[in-house]
Design a protein around this ligand. Structure first.
Ligand code: AMP
Ligand code: ZN
Length: 115
């Protein structure tokens, strides 16, 4: 992967994004087409296609990504009001980019169930 994966190219800075958090393993950046006042994508820098593709050895990475979702929410001021973390998986899940990403959405009251 890498070359033809959009989020690998964003992770390597080949394609620019609005970064809100970064460390060795994780990048968080603003979604290009925000669905809420705050809409951030949290991704592992190393390619993982989606949750279905995650290996048991990546348990720590998955936990780390979840903690980073919360940290980013807090950092962007939506921790108190509340927010939603979403990982779309596969065609019926509505996944359009084949690199694992967690949507962190907030800044308005979100409806349920999703469409
Ligand atoms: P999903 O539909 O769950 O696979 O989410 C993919 C998300 O990536 C969508 O919310 C898109 O708006 C977002 N997206 C696509 N291209 C970019 C980009 N270049 N920079 C930031 N977000 C993007
Ligand atoms: Zn990738």
């Amino acid at each position: 992967m890498g070359e033809d994966c959009l989020f690998c190219r964003i992770a390597s800075k080949e394609i620019p994004s609005n970064v809100v958090y970064e460390d060795e393993q994780v990048l968080a950046f603003l979604d290009l087409n925000p669905q809420a006042p705050t809409h951030v994508l949290v991704i592992p820098k190393r390619h993982v296609a989606n949750l279905l593709d995650a290996a048991p050895t990546q348990q720590d990475l998955l936990g780390y990504l979840m903690l980073k979702c919360a940290e980013v929410a807090r950092q962007l001021g939506i921790g108190e009001g509340g927010f939603r973390v979403v990982a779309n998986c596969g065609p019926d899940g509505g996944q359009t980019v084949g690199h694992l990403h967690f949507h962190v959405l907030g800044g308005r009251a979100l409806t349920w169930p999703p469409g």
